[in-house]
Design a protein around this ligand. Structure first.
Ligand code: NAD
Ligand code: IPM
Ligand code: MN
Length: 365
């Protein structure tokens, strides 16, 4: 039978808690669908700094490169916040994304009917929201040079970064976004700051030029400040959003809260070729780490994206998605999505309930 290698990077904080739950789900759906998964668990982030002194050991990157897909929990924490830049957990994550060349980060935000009351927005605003943020992930201000610290002519310390995009980087992410929109509701909104930033002016020009190849997709443009406002005013106007690295980081956290919690949002990071990286959009949540309080569903749904986009195991992916819905239907809620009338559970128990749902549910074909 088919067999896949999956690199697991539990990382820091709640990372190991949510990964252990998602690992069990992957194992179970694989056995039901009749394929094998072999896991290689590798150190990453703060855990790797503590173990071997770097945030992304070569062995970890090599494992991710040669596996069929990588599932990451989260990295970071107070302990390493004051580290020099090259010794930060976050630097390891950027090195991993760059090393795998996963330039396209898909971040779906869907308001599930079961969780409308967990959203901080009014029911009529939140219900039915189903959008996809396509975030450029290996360029822009996160990677642009020059960057660093220096001293200006007045002897003031300065820190500086550069927002830079080459035409090919914009074109390849725009292409993914047009293709994504085409498979969804055919609407693409490109978010930029072209009224101020040169990198955004080029962004808008390239995206606009590409539109002629996708006559079936309705393209619009929006400035990022307006987009932030529109996301809470009327999120249902959006189908697919394409934006740069930093705007996508911010807007996807904002979009997550429409759905009820950042603990619900998965992501897939894909390149032109080679294995993908799959991770929840949330961080290591040091405030709740080690307390069995984390919502593991974002990581479960990231595992589903891994099965679908990373391995092409669509049916196995659907089993996890269906089980997550079934578990919510049966009333189980972690603290971040809990409301009156539901059963408050921890990370482990939520994971066990999802496994029960996987066992008992056969998703519609
Ligand atoms: P965070 O996403 O870790 O937490 C923000 C808030 O959301 C916290 O109150 C947290 O408890 C809550 N939260 C997050 N995930 C949750 C879940 N699954 N279930 C329930 N509640 C959840 O963001 P932060 O506090 O700004 O960052 C903490 C650390 O994580 C930092 O070191 C940061 O750099 C890092 N970080 C890592 C990633 C990643 O690994 N991809 C992403 C974002 C932040
Ligand atoms: C994310 C995180 C990362 C980012 C950090 C931890 C480097 O916020 O995955 O959204 O900014 O991309
Ligand atoms: Mn983020």
């Amino acid at each position: 039978s088919k067999s896949y290698n999956i690199t697991l990077l539990p990382g820091d904080g709640i990372g190991p808690e949510v990964i252990s739950v998602a690992k069990n789900a992957l194992q179970l759906v694989a056995s039901i669908e009749g394929f094998e998964v072999a896991f290689e668990e590798m150190p990453m982030g703060g855990a790797a700094l503590d173990a071997v002194g770097v945030p992304l050991p070569d062995e970890t990157l090599n494992s991710a490169k040669k596996s069929d897909a990588t599932l990451l929990g989260a990295i970071g924490g107070y302990k390493w916040d004051k580290n020099e830049k090259h010794l930060k957990p976050e630097t390891g994550l950027l090195q991993l994304r760059e090393g795998l060349q996963v330039f396209a980060n898909l971040r779906p935000a869907t308001v599930l009917p079961q969780l409308v009351d967990a959203s901080t927005l009014k029911k009529e605003v939140a219900e039915g929201v189903d959008l996809m943020v396509v975030r450029e992930l290996t360029g822009g201000i996160y990677f642009g040079k020059p960057r660093g610290f220096s001293t200006d002519e007045n002897g003031q310390e300065i820190g500086f970064n550069t927002e830079v995009y080459a035409a090919y980087e914009i074109e390849r992410i725009a292409r993914i976004a047009f293709e994504t929109a085409r498979k969804r509701r055919g609407k693409l909104c490109s978010v930029d700051k072209a009224n101020v930033l040169e990198a955004s002016m080029l962004w808008r020009k390239i995206v606009t030029a590409l539109a002629s190849e996708y006559p079936d997709v309705e393209l619009s443009h929006m400035y990022v400040d307006n987009a932030a406002m529109q996301l809470v005013r009327n999120p249902k106007q959006f189908d697919t959003i394409v934006t740069n690295n930093i705007f996508g980081d911010i807007l996807s956290d904002e979009a997550s809260m429409i759905t009820g919690s950042i603990g619900m949002l998965p992501s897939a990071s894909l390149g032109a070729a080679g294995p993908g990286l799959f991770e929840p959009i949330h961080g290591s949540a040091p405030d709740i780490a080690g307390q069995d309080k984390a919502n593991p569903l974002a990581t479960m749904l990231s595992a589903a994206m891994l099965l679908k986009y990373g391995l092409g195991e669509e049916k196995a992916a659907q089993r996890i998605e269906a089980a997550v819905l079934d578990t919510l239907n049966r009333g189980f809620r972690t603290g971040d999505i809990h409301s009156a009338g539901h059963k408050l559970v921890g990370c482990k128990e939520m994971g066990e309930e999802v496994l029960k749902s996987i066992d008992s549910k056969t998703p519609a074909a």
